[in-house]
Design a protein around this ligand. Sequence first.
Ligand SMILES: Cc1cc2nc3c(=O)[nH]c(=O)nc-3n(C[C@H](O)[C@H](O)[C@H](O)COP(=O)(O)OP(=O)(O)OC[C@H]3O[C@@H](n4cnc5c(N)ncnc54)[C@H](O)[C@@H]3O)c2cc1C
Length: 488
Amino acid sequence: MSEAVHASAPATALPATAPPPATVAFPGDPAYDEATRVYNLAGPARPAAAVTATSAAEVQAAIGYAAARGQGVRVHTTGHSAGAAPEMTGAVLIRPVLRGGVEIDVGRRRAHIPAGTPWNEVVHAAAPHGLAAPHGTSGTVGAVGYLLHGGVSLYGRKVGLAANHVTAIELVTAEGRLRRVSLTQDPELFWALRGGGGGLGVVTAVELALFPAADLVTGAAFWSWTHAAAVVEAWYDWTLRAPEEVSTSLRVMNLPDLPMIPPMLKGGPVVCVAGVALGAAHARELLAPLRAVGEPVLDTWQDAGPETVPEVHMDPDEPGTFIGDHFLLSELGRDGIAAFLRTTGTGSGTGTSTGTGTGTGSDSPLIVAELRQLGGRMAVADPSGGALNHFEERFAYMGAGVPELRGTPAEIIEHCDRMRAALAPWDTGRTAPGFVKGLDRPRGHLSEADILAVERVRARVDPEGLFRGDAMPETVASALAAHSQEQS
Ligand SMILES: Cc1cc2nc3c(=O)[nH]c(=O)nc-3n(C[C@H](O)[C@H](O)[C@H](O)COP(=O)(O)OP(=O)(O)OC[C@H]3O[C@@H](n4cnc5c(N)ncnc54)[C@H](O)[C@@H]3O)c2cc1C
């Protein structure tokens, strides 16, 4: 990262009457459509103006344009989180897609990642050097947006929360200054950026620590519904003694009849265990008891390089309307696991000696209901980490439906609520910010003290609240409530 980044002068504020920079596009312009495109069509982006910025200077010009007109600034890249983003009415949306590509410093095991880069590009740049990055299940998710939200990685139990691997962040702040922050350069802002709820500036690049990923085994195994209860029990028992070298998800999937879906996964719910093992022996320990339950209908677990990992979860790459829910769970026990499985469907089910009764899955409009394993290094607080640097919870629950494929939005939400009620005894009330699916869904990941600490940073770097619309609504609401209590 160049010294110039430290020393960059603030952008000159434009007079309110000055013509907009050429990059600013308005509704009706194809460049506006391009800049406002979102992955999750449940949250369409309709700002007053939109900019695709390909350099820090273009970001600065866009901020200057918005500031001069008293308009708020919003930021997105892929729109994967669009369903949970507040409306953008009246704002200027900046979509930073910076030029330059991913640079790998092999000796220092560092990646320099320009904003707008999807994880696939980071993974493919690092893999030839035997290095891996702490990405999640989808290669099309933007690396910067994911990292600012903490990042629950497919390597997470071994390497901890992804944001803890960020070693520096370059951003343009509200005053239009291009800055680099790190543990030694404005550590408070660096802390707040990593999981603090957003709305602190436009990040133009991150520097990320990579790690070696030798002896890697990864994949997904799917079983027919007949084996669901036994697979889920075997997986859950394994989680109680799982080594941190293995990170997995368990999903009940009720997939639509689409050409890209393998035929054996259609026609009814399947249960899937997917993930990453760093060590063949660890993979065998996970997979042997599962495979003993019954023959998977599809099993892609194999020795592989890190470039394979973003494919294994088979997350959809194409935009769609994704409506769902998420919350973090404490230790589920057999009762919790049974409640999860039962509520993925409501049929009479098969049941087992241990009470893990299963429904047929057929009544649920959800395409997927997932338990993501947490724990391992993800449960260990990192003293040099950001505002969000670990999770004490045991599992993240996610469920989602797609009204174009099954169920109305109301039916999907109703089923989400049913799942929420079924898992209420284990719901910790906390969420992982990146997984929150809707604006109306309960959420929260910071303590009141941390919210206030983030607000103090915000007041310093953005006193006029230019970026406030981009901050997660619950952090803003809590900060305002705490502030008014302090005043009274
Ligand atoms: C299919 C799918 C799979 C996923 N898998 C995982 C997973 O395994 N683990 C996990 O932790 N999360 C996962 N997520 C959640 C994902 O990490 C979040 O949705 C994340 O916010 C996406 O970032 P983005 O930039 O792609 O999205 P966007 O919607 O473009 O951005 C989300 C928010 O990030 C902020 N932001 C983005 N770029 C910038 C920038 N340059 N400067 C300042 N702010 C910025 C903005 O506040 C913006 O509103 C997944 C999401 C999907 C849809």
